[in-house]
Ligand binder design. Structure first.
Ligand code: UD1
Length: 416
C-alpha cells in the first residue's frame, strides 16, 4: 500500500507531456483479439488497467511484447472459460464483442456495479442479441453464442461508450451492414474505428451519433498510435488553475478538450492555444460556475470531480449536475475534510467557495476522485496525505513524477 504526500500552496510552473489515452487504448487492446496477425501499438500509457488488460490477452494466448512499441499477436488465441481478472477492470467486458466476433461464442463473468454507480451492460447485450447472438446467464456467468452474426440496425437507449465499442467489435466481422444509432461520439470511439479500419474493417460515422459497420470477413495486422488522454490533459489544466502558475501542456488534441477549456475560461482562467499544446496562466483564483456532465461533446463526467475540487476554493457558488452516473460524489466527504463547503442532493452538488483549503488525511474513493484530491491538495495550505492511490494508478501515468517536474511538492511513500 502506498500514499501520496503533497505539500500544497505552491505555484505550478513548467511543461508536462500528456500520455496516451486510457479509454482509447483499452478497447483497442480488446480489438486485437479479432486480428489473427501482429499489431504494433504506440503511445501506450503505463497504467495498471493496461497491465491488467494485457494479462487478460495473454490468458487467451496472445503473444505480447512490451516496449516503446507494444507488439501483440493474436494468431493463436483460444477461447477459454472466463478469468477472474475481468473483475479487476470493467473495460475488460469489451473483450466480449471481440471474442464473439472471433469465435462465435464467449463466456464471461457479468460485471458488477461499482462505486460510481450500477453500470449495467444491458445495452451491450441488447446489441449482441440484435446481431443474432443467443444469451444465457447462470451463476453470474453469461454465455453468448452467435456463430453467424448478421448486421442489423441497433438503437441505443443511451449513448453508452462501452456498448458502442462492444457492438462495433462484434459487428466488424458480421455479415452485412450494422447501423448503431444514438451511439456514443467520444474521441476514443473514433480511435477504435481508425484502428479497426486500418486492419481492414469498414466503419463509417465514428464521432457522430450513427455508426455504420459493413461486415468485413478478415482483418490483418496494423500499426497504430493511441490518441492523447484528454482527461489527463484536463486534470493538469485544473491543477494549474487551482494552484496558480504557468503550465504548458503538450501532446493534446485541442478539439477533444474544448468543453473543459470553455468552462475554465468562464471561470476567468487564461488559456493560450497552440496546435497540439496549450498554456494555462492562472493566479489560483477562479470564479465559480455551473457544470452539467453529458455524453461527448458535452462536459465529461470524468472531469466532474476535478472541477468540484477546483471550485471548492473559487469565488461564489457553483452547481455541479452529474447526469451520467448515479453515484459520483463519493469524494465530497474527503474534500469537506480539507475545509470545502459542499452539499450533495441526489445528482446535484452545491459548491460554496471557501477562502482557503487546509491539508488533511484523505482517501481516494475512485480514479477521478483521486485526481480531485490531488488538485485540492496542491491548492491547499499545508500537508495532505492521500491514501488508496491504487485508484489513481489505474489512470494516471507517473503522476507524481509529472507533477514534481512542474515544481509541485509531491512524493509517493509506502504505508507503514
Ligand atoms: C466509459 C469510460 C469512463 C467514462 C464513461 C462515460 C472507458 C474504459 N471508460 O465507461 O471513464 O466515465 O465512459 O463517459 O472508456 N449504461 C447502461 N447500460 C449499459 C451501459 C451503460 O445503463 O449497457 C449506463 C451506465 O450505467 C452509465 C451510463 O450509461 O450510467 C454511461 O455509461 P457508459 O457510457 O457505458 O460508460 P462506460 O463505457 O462504462
Amino acid at each position: 500500500m502506498e500514499k501520496l504526500i503533497i505539500n500544497g500552496g505552491n505555484k505550478i510552473n513548467g511543461t508536462v507531456r500528456v500520455s496516451g489515452s486510457k479509454n482509447a487504448v483499452l478497447p483497442i487492446l480488446a480489438a486485437t483479439l479479432l486480428i489473427p496477425d501482429t499489431c504494433y501499438i504506440y503511445n501506450v500509457p503505463a497504467l495498471r488497467d493496461v497491465y491488467t488488460m494485457l494479462e487478460l490477452l495473454k490468458y487467451y494466448g496472445a503473444d505480447v511484447e512490451a516496449g516503446e512499441c507494444l507488439k501483440i499477436n493474436c494468431s493463436n488465441i483460444q477461447n477459454r472459460p472466463p478469468s477472474a481478472m475481468v473483475r479487476d477492470i470493467r473495460a475488460s467486458f469489451l473483450i466480449v464483442g471481440a471474442l464473439l466476433g472471433r469465435f462465435g461464442r464467449v463466456s464471461m463473468f457479468m460485471p458488477g456495479g461499482c462505486k460510481i454507480g450500477q453500470r449495467p451492460v444491458d445495452l451491450h447485450l441488447k446489441g449482441f442479441g440484435a446481431l443474432g447472438a443467443s444469451q444465457s446467464l447462470e451463476g453470474g456467468i453469461i454465455d453468448i453464442s452467435g456463430k453467424y452474426l448478421n448486421g442489423r440496425e441497433i438503437y441505443l437507449d443511451f449513448p453508452s461508450v462501452g456498448a458502442t465499442e462492444n457492438i462495433m467489435l462484434a459487428s466488424v466481422t458480421a455479415k452485412g451492414r450494422t447501423i448503431i444509432s444514438n451511439c456514443a461520439a467520444e474521441p476514443e470511439i473514433i480511435d477504435l474505428a481508425n484502428f479497426l479500419n486500418k486492419a481492414g474493417a469498414k466503419i463509417t460515422g465514428a464521432g457522430s451519433d450513427t455508426i455504420v459497420v459493413e461486415g468485413a470477413p478478415a482483418l490483418s495486422g496494423v500499426s497504430h498510435s493511441i490518441i492523447p488522454d484528454r482527461i489527463e490533459a484536463g486534470t493538469f489544466m485544473l491543477a494549474a488553475a487551482a494552484a496558480g502558475g504557468e503550465c504548458r501542456i503538450e501532446n493534446i488534441m485541442i478539439d477533444h478538450i474544448r468543453p473543459v477549456m470553455s468552462k475554465l475560461r468562464e471561470m476567468e482562467v487564461d488559456i493560450k492555444e497552440e496546435e497540439n499544446a496549450l498554456t494555462v496562466y492562472a493566479d489560483g483564483i477562479v470564479v465559480n460556475t455551473d457544470i452539467k456532465t453529458l455524453p461527448y461533446p458535452g462536459f465529461p463526467t470524468d472531469m466532474q470531480a476535478q472541477f468540484t475540487a477546483l471550485m471548492a476554493k473559487g469565488l461564489g457558488t457553483g452547481i455541479v449536475n452529474e447526469t451520467v452516473f448515479e453515484n459520483r460524489f463519493m469524494y465530497v466527504g474527503e474534500l469537506i475534510k480539507m475545509g470545502a463547503n459542499i452539499t450533495v442532493e441526489g445528482k446535484l452538488a452545491v459548491v460554496r467557495g471557501v477562502e482557503g483549503l487546509a491539508g488533511a488525511e484523505v482517501n481516494a474513493t475512485d480514479l477521478r476522485a483521486g485526481a480531485a484530491l490531488i488538485i485540492s491538495a496542491l491548492a491547499a495550505e499545508g500537508k495532505t496525505e492521500i491514501g488508496n492511490i491504487h485508484y489513481i494508478d489505474r489512470g494516471y501515468e507517473e503522476i507524481e513524477k509529472k507533477l514534481s517536474a512542474l515544481g509541485c511538492k509531491i512524493k509517493r511513500v509506502k504505508c507503514p
